[in-house]
Ligand binder design. Structure first.
Ligand SMILES: Cc1cc2nc3c(=O)[nH]c(=O)nc-3n(C[C@H](O)[C@H](O)[C@H](O)COP(=O)(O)OP(=O)(O)OC[C@H]3O[C@@H](n4cnc5c(N)ncnc54)[C@H](O)[C@@H]3O)c2cc1C
Length: 477
């Protein structure tokens, strides 16, 4: 068995698969958001026909839509996600920039930790230009490329169940949503069904109703509260392009994250957040007051002086959660799940869309192995597990430092979090440690890379040196 970090590295490749290898007639994907669209792109190489069933109309332009309620909130695409988008949709970054995405300049990029301005984040080789957009804009750009592929079509309908025949999924049932309200359910046969219906997917219920086991659901309560507002960009107020402010929990500090992104349409999108009872409201005055009180001054400046476009929109996420498909001993053939339908994390780490893109890479690796489709897709779920474990480790270790989060604690938590704290502390002053840490937080490297002897020795050496420097002259002898 190759190690998790090796599997992760293989799945994170930027190399494009060379040739289509059809192994099935029809694949059906449920949900046409980031995960479903990328799954469809991968499947277009392996199926004669790919049908994507989505309950929302896809002609919403660049506006948020009901099926993706988080779409109004700030969304950052991590470099690893960008690599995968470029891999599956060559020329994507160029196209998105031509359509209006803002390319952040170093001079307008600011990162604050506990109110202190940090050095600029390291430039990561191979990750391309950062794409800073609203979520609906990014998704619309992906949709445009994917639906231009000949053998993919999107159908408007609400999926109502998976059809099982013997030991396998053989199709889906859906209710068309773009026809008359009393339209009858339609059956669509499939050689492979992909659940991309997001974190509220009903696949577990459908499995149970048909005599299969539900995948075990693991949750970590995070009680995260987001509020986002859009502003007209105004250089007279500030020249910032991308700002992140993170306050880490301590006895005299409350954990909060906030961000500003310059996005298409000459706008700033601004997010503030809190945990548990620290809950920003939809009141613009409360939004501005929190910006001024809790975050670096640029937040207050923009919130007080720039023109707000639309309303403050709030969002609460109760937990991070993952469905452990790989643990099931009985599972039907012809069925997989992808994206948030498998796992969704605390969004402050920006892992969701990138995870979905890496799951698409898992699907490609699985199908390129020319698997038997009359057997459960165990190799696929094992690959997905590697990606989920990596993202889960990074986000939940950080979340366990929050005072209101009290588990579940993973095995070896104390040691891992101690080492993590040391590497994090050293990365604030040492560019090489900062680079290694960034590779992990941007999902370009597996978290185990921070446990390598070379990294740990460097962190220990740096700590010793900084300890000696801090020691008073008398004590140093
Ligand atoms: C507040 C917040 C902020 C976030 N910020 C970031 C960020 O900065 N960076 C990042 O990478 N990620 C972020 N995420 C996570 C990101 O939004 C998700 O990980 C990502 O959208 C997952 O994509 P998905 O396709 O799996 O699911 P979703 O985007 O949830 O899409 C599910 C799709 O399935 C469709 N659907 C559902 N049920 C049915 C049905 N019965 N029939 C047909 N269609 C159906 C829906 O209409 C929808 O199109 C954030 C999440 C939240 C909550």
């Amino acid at each position: 068995m190759p190690s998790a970090s090796r599997v992760f590295a293989e799945l994170s490749t930027s190399r494009r698969p060379t040739d289509p290898r059809p192994i099935m007639g029809r694949a059906v994907v449920l949900g046409a958001s980031m995960a479903g669209l990328l799954a469809a792109r991968v499947l277009s190489d392996h199926a004669d026909e790919v049908v994507v069933i989505e309950r929302d109309a896809s002609d919403t332009g660049y506006e948020p839509r009901p099926g993706v309620p988080q779409g109004s909130q700030v969304h950052a695409l991590l470099p690893a996600g960008q690599v995968q988008l470029e891999r599956w949709l060559p020329g994507f970054a160029e196209e998105v920039i031509a359509a209006g995405a803002v390319v952040p300049q170093e001079s307008g990029t600011r990162m604050y930790i506990n109110d202190a301005l940090m050095p600029p984040p390291p430039r990561i080789e191979g990750s391309g230009v950062a794409l800073v957009t609203t979520r609906p804009f990014l998704e619309a750009m992906v949709r445009r490329r994917v639906t231009a592929i000949d053998n993919i079509r999107i159908v408007h309908g609400r999926a109502e169940g998976v059809i099982f025949t013997g030991d396998r999924a053989t199709g889906v049932r859906y209710l068309p949503t773009d026809e008359s309200a009393d339209a009858a359910p339609v059956t669509q046969t499939a050689d492979l069904v992909v659940d991309a219906m997001g974190r509220s997917s009903r696949l577990s219920d459908w499995l149970e109703e048909n005599g299969w086991d539900r995948p075990p659901l693991r949750r970590m309560p995070i009680k995260l509260n987001y509020a986002t507002a859009m502003f007209r960009r105004d250089e007279r107020i500030s020249d910032v392009g991308v700002v992140v402010s993170q306050t880490r929990p301590a006895e005299d500090r409350v954990a909060r994250i906030a961000g500003i992104n310059s996005v298409e349409g000459d706008r700033w999108i601004m997010l503030i957040s809190g945990y548990a009872d620290d809950r920003p409201s939809r009141d613009p005055a409360d939004f501005a007051a929190r910006c001024r009180r809790d975050f670096p001054s640029v937040f207050g400046d923009i919130a007080e002086q720039a023109e707000m476009l639309g309303d403050v929109i709030t969002y609460h996420q109760a937990d991070s959660r993952r469905r452990e498909f790989h643990e099931l001993t009985r599972f039907p053939a012809g069925l997989v799940a992808i994206g948030d339908a498998v796992a969704s994390f605390n969004p402050v780490y920006g892992q969701g869309m990138t995870s979905a893109a890496l799951h698409a890479s898992c699907l490609s690796a699985y199908l390129r192995g020319e698997p038997r489709l009359d057997e459960p897709a165990r190799e696929y779920f094992e690959k997905v597990r590697v990606i989920v474990d990596a993202a889960w480790q990074v986000s939940t270790i950080a979340d366990l430092a929050l005072p209101h989060v009290d588990g579940p604690y993973p095995r070896g938590y104390k040691l891992v979090s101690k080492l993590g704290d040391m590497v994090l502390a050293m990365s604030a002053t040492d560019p090489e440690m900062n680079r290694r840490m960034s590779l992990v937080t941007t999902m370009l490297a597996h978290p185990s890379s921070l446990g390598r002897p070379s990294t740990l020795l460097r962190a220990i050496r740096l700590r010793l040196v900084s300890g000696l420097r801090r020691r008073p002259a008398t004590a140093a002898g």
